[in-house]
Design a binder for this molecule. Sequence first.
Ligand code: 3IX
Length: 159
Amino acid sequence: MGSGMQDIEIAFQDQLQKNHCFGCGADNDQGLKIKSYWADDGTAVCRFTAKPHHCAGPTRYLNGGIMATLLDCHSICSAIALAYRTEGRAISEGESIAFVTGSMDIAYKQPVPIDSPVLLKAELESLSPRKTRVVCRLFSEDNLCAQADVLAVRVPDNW
Ligand SMILES: CCCCC/C=C\C/C=C\C/C=C\C/C=C\CCCC(=O)SCCNC(=O)CCNC(=O)[C@H](O)C(C)(C)COP(=O)(O)OP(=O)(O)OC[C@H]1O[C@@H](n2cnc3c(N)ncnc32)[C@H](O)[C@@H]1OP(=O)(O)O
């Protein structure tokens, strides 16, 4: 105990300011408050544990709208993080960068048990200064349960 490096990594969302988004806003007390981080392989990851009221029709499965929110918000926050990294800045350092969802296509492949944590993994590709494509996968217990193809579009920070 007490020696070596400490993991002081801070989630993307905890570095963004004044974000009241239901899915990713640190400033929304009734929101999902997801937390996203860089992984060593260049993807961005997020782990989320649902509450019982996030259920689908059957109480044992996660609601598809909640899944969409997780995929959307993890993707957009990761696109924002990538843009800061590409500009050589820490998140929220200097002029703020904002992206929104231009489009999102989701394949729901398997039902997601509500009791198990999910893992979201986002692969990012910058298409132009204004557009980032994100392929975001949602896993439960190592099973690929949903996949989203997201177009993140940069907007002015007063959007
Ligand atoms: C949300 C934050 C913004 C505010 C900042 C506030 C606080 C900042 C703090 C933190 C922010 C952090 C996180 C917030 C995070 C996320 C929330 C989750 C995501 C959401 O929940 S967000 C809500 C849902 N989201 C919308 O409410 C979008 C409504 N919409 C629009 O606001 C416009 O529609 C817009 C901006 C999308 C485009 O408007 P625009 O005027 O820039 O249009 P333009 O044509 O110039 O598009 C430029 C290039 O994108 C291509 N393009 C555009 N749309 C496309 C589509 N649908 N399919 C295929 N390509 C598309 C064009 O083809 C062109 O491509 P090219 O450059 O190659 O020609």
